[in-house]
Design a protein around this ligand. Structure first.
Ligand SMILES: C[S@@+](CC[C@H](N)C(=O)[O-])C[C@H]1O[C@@H](n2cnc3c(N)ncnc32)[C@H](O)[C@@H]1O
Length: 200
């Protein structure tokens, strides 16, 4: 499998269309901040009938993830190096995602840096609009304060309803997503906070 098939080029963002990106009309799940893409790889291999799209801003992790997908020859994953907030607000087609995964978003713990956080009202509004009706939005973090902000944003959104994180229809088993950060933080004994919501 050649690099171009996994890596999505910025030129493809014009008239962006999932069918064009994946070459089929299967349901699309998007992961923001996929890091080394352990979650995306496991989930994509377990669900070949679905498409998986990873957004990662850091070049080092993006390249690692592209190489990893090439090594495993997964046909149903595409990766893009772009700011996820921009992609969700401007590029992502509305009512097009069956799931949106955000695991361990950077918490920016200092108050003066809160404005850098991904979870802000305009992002959540756009993210909800990108989900299909019935689509899932799953978020996990180890940061209690950021979690309260995320929960308040999701629970107050008129089109989102909280749903069990390990909903069998969604497919995250035993509430484990097993991203690199989850594994690391569990070894350190840190508490992990999770929330999932459905677009109604
Ligand atoms: C704390 S790491 C978590 C990685 C992975 N989700 C995990 O749980 O192991 C956060 C990741 O999100 C990426 N990231 C942060 N802000 C981003 C943004 N605006 N757009 C895309 N990726 C972003 C970072 O580069 C980093 O790889």
């Amino acid at each position: 499998m050649c690099r171009q098939q996994i890596a999505v080029e910025l030129a493809e963002l014009e008239d962006f269309d999932w069918g064009h990106v994946f070459g089929n009309t299967n349901p699309v799940e998007l992961e923001i901040g996929s890091g080394k893409a352990g979650f995306l790889l496991r989930r994509a291999r377990a669900r070949p009938e679905r498409n998986f799209f990873g957004l990662e801003w850091a070049n080092k992790y993006y390249r690692f993830a592209v190489d990893r997908m090439e090594r495993w020859q997964v046909a149903n994953v595409r990766l893009l190096r772009l700011d996820a907030s921009h992609f969700i607000r401007v590029v992502c087609p509305r009512t097009s995602l069956s799931a949106l995964h955000v695991y361990h978003p950077d918490p920016w713990p200092k108050k003066r840096h809160f404005k850098r956080r991904l979870f802000q009202q305009p992002f959540v509004d756009a993210a909800a609009a990108c989900l299909e009706h019935g689509g899932h939005f799953a978020v996990q973090t180890d940061h209690a304060g950021y979690f309260e902000t995320i929960r308040a944003l999701l629970c107050s959104h008129p089109e989102l309803r909280e749903t069990p994180f390990d909903d069998p229809a969604f497919g995250v088993e035993a509430a484990r997503v097993s991203t690199n950060y989850e594994i690391k933080y569990q070894h350190e004994g840190r508490r992990i906070y999770q929330i999932a919501a459905k677009r109604v």
